[in-house]
Design a protein around this ligand. Structure first.
Ligand code: BGC
Length: 739
């Protein structure tokens, strides 16, 4: 530990500038003469990926590989995630890692996003809640989190260059909100700026993102670093709020010396950025601990999370759970070569990798056929798979995406499984209709090609090193599935609202769909979906009752009963529907959830706390989230399409979110607003200009200046026109001062 201000005062300008860039790929510069160490940062987010060399693609030291973020979110269990992140924190401490580069909370505009597996959810509330739990757990062990990638990094295509055009309300409600929720609840030690530009300025040099939003609006006080090689103009980055360029070694210090000399970067700004770097080093030194990692316990935690995140998409005629007495065929290379993580910077080396084949083999006798190698199915593989299926009572077929289909660095080409895999599924299902399909994908895929042939399906994500054992537990009913989709599975890619605009042009991607992404779009549009957001079956059945709203505490209570035969957990989701709003809103939005475990027959009363944003939305002209008075329907259920209980409530707010019509707005705008309507109506009455006038309907569309110009052409005098204008101008000024 050292005193940051005193240390800063002892540094030369060179030393301060040097601090603003990494020493190498994974370390910061220390200051040897003052005994300040070079701390280590390394990738996550689903475990520690400590590189064994300086190479960015170097092999990583073995560590516990947990399920990827999309799966973490599908557990809908922030408490479990907090334990997982604490375990990751302990592993970081054991490897002397001070900051873990995660979690990532970017959005999912489209299922094609190459890094969707590395992000939590299409819903900002779920993403924010899970990320918050992650940061709480990690930092409880004295290791800093790095929330990434701020902001607008929702695609891999041309990610270093693309300019994301996002309107302010969409940016705030969907893409900033997960970051904001974490900062409000569990401020991360650090943040990472994105590669792309947002509204014309690269994220790592955007004063709008770094200064206006992060520092001023969200009061973020931690360190802001760049993504790896994201700094284009070093001086502009540091002037506009970036503290640390990564990776090092810093060979662009001269650019900052010049900026200091010509006054673009002030001494005060340099001190501010350098002291944030020193503060981080100080925090890491202060929290450095000696720990003994309980590797078997961490492996079990990874297995538990994998089981909790597995989503039972369908289970017709009780295909599952399996019984050990049935003859079982297991088909698919993923059973022996698990697809347990995604490609790119999060690629880890597992400590102890289970295979599904061995885990299932410990429970029953298995006829195995590999079925495919990567995306290809040979004739022999097909024949052997069909043969295995024919000999068995039940079939479990593992399929999914490969690293060549889904990875950091590029977006997916489509939403389908590989053609050979589709052919394999069809042939195997023909041979034996008692088939359970296990999907190892990092994000939504199209299932319509095989829905009719497959009675049971599990979404098993990229499930980490315990995924094989977790799958066996779920298949045999030792773990009752309780995962829920963290993203919608649309019927087909064409239904996605970004279908025509993703991934944009060479230079630009326009977020034209605005707020209408994921279920916000599909549900508002009442489109059929294959599997809705929040969906997931159980081997048990749950019922809800007694939905009540407690306005003083802003709480919702309900009772839940397990009416099925097995102990299990259900995720109760609360969506809020705004009956009428000044600005358009999606039909409903997730605002609270809770995972509840119950034994058969058990009934429990549960309270959900609503936060300050529950009824609010972002009002650009007020530059903040605001609530509007009105009626809201509370929708409580088991997915966005499975609402079991509803209740209408009223909310009173002092805020008027309406933007006062101006003297350039239309007659219709004036008549639609209760503040301006009486003024204009009075004038129209005076002129006896009513609906009976054939020009009335057309005049509604006239802006006020055009109305004034038209008045003399509608049978009135020039004087009438001047009088109307004078009255409108005077009275508008009066209400403007009150507004
Ligand atoms: C990724 C980051 C990662 C960094 C360091 C970048 O390419 O976008 O998420 O933390 O590399 O590996």
């Amino acid at each position: 530990m050292f005193d940051v201000a005193t240390t800063l005062a002892q540094l030369s300008t060179e030393e301060k500038i040097r601090l603003l860039c990494g020493k190498d790929a994974w370390h910061l510069h220390g200051i040897e003469r003052l005994g300040i160490p070079a701390i280590t940062l390394t990738d996550g987010p689903h475990g520690v990926r400590l590189s064994e060399s300086q190479a960015l693609d170097g092999s990583a030291k073995p560590a516990t590989v947990f399920p990827v973020e999309a799966a973490m979110a599908a557990s809908w269990n922030p408490d479990l995630l907090e334990q997982v992140a604490a375990a990751i924190g302990e592993e970081c401490q054991s490897m002397d890692v001070g900051v873990l580069l995660g979690p990532g909370v970017n959005g999912k505009r489209t299922p094609l996003g190459g890094r969707n597996f590395e992000y939590f959810s299409e819903d900002p509330f779920l993403s924010g809640a899970m990320a918050s739990a992650f940061v709480r757990g990690l930092q409880s062990r004295g290791v800093g989190a790095c929330l990434k990638h701020f902001a607008g990094n929702e695609q891999e295509t041309r990610r270093f260059l693309v300019n994301a055009e996002i309107d302010e309300r969409t940016l705030q409600e969907l893409y900033i909100e997960p970051f904001a929720k974490v900062i409000r609840e569990n401020p991360p030690w650090t943040m990472m700026g994105a590669y792309n530009a947002v509204n014309g300025v690269y994220a790592c040099q955007s004063s709008d993102l770094l200064h206006r939003i992060l520092r001023e609006q969200l009061s973020f006080d931690g360190l802001i670093m760049s993504d790896w090689v994201a700094v284009k103009d070093k001086a502009a980055s540091h002037i506009n709020g970036l503290d640390l360029e990564m990776p090092g070694p810093g060979e662009r210090d001269a650019e900052l010396h010049t900026a200091l000399a010509d006054g673009r970067l002030s001494e005060a700004e340099l001190n501010n950025r350098a002291s944030r770097v020193l503060t981080l080093i100080n925090q890491v030194m202060d929290q450095n601990r000696t720990v003994t990692v309980e590797w078997p316990a961490h492996h079990e935690l990874a297995t538990q999370l994998a089981a909790e995140s597995t989503v039972l998409l369908k289970n017709e005629s009780h295909q599952l759970p399996l019984s050990p007495n049935q003859r079982l065929a297991v088909i698919g290379d993923f059973a022996q070569n698990p697809r347990f993580q995604g490609g790119g910077s999060s690629h880890m080396t597992p400590r102890q990798l289970n295979t599904a084949l061995s885990a299932i083999g410990q429970r029953t006798e298995v006829i195995f056929a590999e079925g495919y190698t990567e995306t290809r199915v040979s004739q022999e593989q097909l024949d052997a798979a069909v043969q295995a299926a024919t000999e068995a009572d039940r079939v479990v077929l593992l399929t999914g995406t490969t690293d060549s289909m889904e990875s950091e660095g590029f977006d997916r080409a489509d939403m389908k499984l590989a053609p050979d895999h589709l052919m394999l599924i069809s042939a195997v299902a023909d041979a034996n209709p008692n088939i359970t399909l296990v999907l190892h994908t990092g994000s939504a895929i199209e299932t319509r090609q095989f829905e009719h042939q497959v009675p049971a399906m599990l979404q098993a994500w990229l499930s980490g090193e315990g995924g094989g054992e977790a799958l066996a537990r779920v298949l045999f009913g030792e773990a009752n599935p309780s995962g829920k989709l963290s993203e919608t599975f649309p019927v087909r890619l064409e239904h996605n609202p970004t279908f025509e605009t993703f991934p944009g042009t060479k230079t630009t991607v326009s977020y034209q769909e605005g707020l209408f992404t994921g279920y916000r779009y599909y549900d508002t549009k009442a489109l059929p979906v294959q599997y809705p957001f929040g969906h997931g079956l159980s081997y048990s059945q749950f019922t809800l009752a007694d939905l009540t709203y407690h306005p003083e505490a802003r709480q919702v209570s309900f009772s839940i009963t397990n009416q099925g035969p097995a102990e299990g957990a259900e995720v109760v989701q609360l969506y809020i529907h705004d009956e009428a709003s000044t600005y358009r809103r999606p039909v409903h939005e997730l605002k609270a959830f809770r995972k509840i475990r119950l034994v058969p027959g058990e009934k429990r009363t549960v309270n959900l706390q609503l936060d300050a944003h529950a009824f609010a939305y972002f009002v650009p002209h007020l530059e903040r989230f605001a609530e509007e008075s009105g009626r809201f329907e509370l929708r409580l259920g088991f997915s966005s399409r499975d609402i079991r209980q509803t209740r209408w409530i009223s909310i009173e707010s002092d805020t008027d979110v309406r933007l006062l019509p101006t003297l350039d707005d239309t007659v219709h705008d004036w008549l639609a607003d209760s503040r301006t309507a009486p003024i204009l109506q009075n004038e129209l009455d005076r002129l006896q200009f009513t609906e009976a006038n054939p020009m009335y309907g057309i005049a509604l569309g006239f802006p006020i200046p055009q109305l004034i110009q038209f008045i003399p052409h509608m049978g009135y005098s020039e004087q009438d026109a001047r009088d109307v204008l004078d009255t409108l101008e005077q009275q508008w000024q009066q209400i403007k001062t009150l507004d």
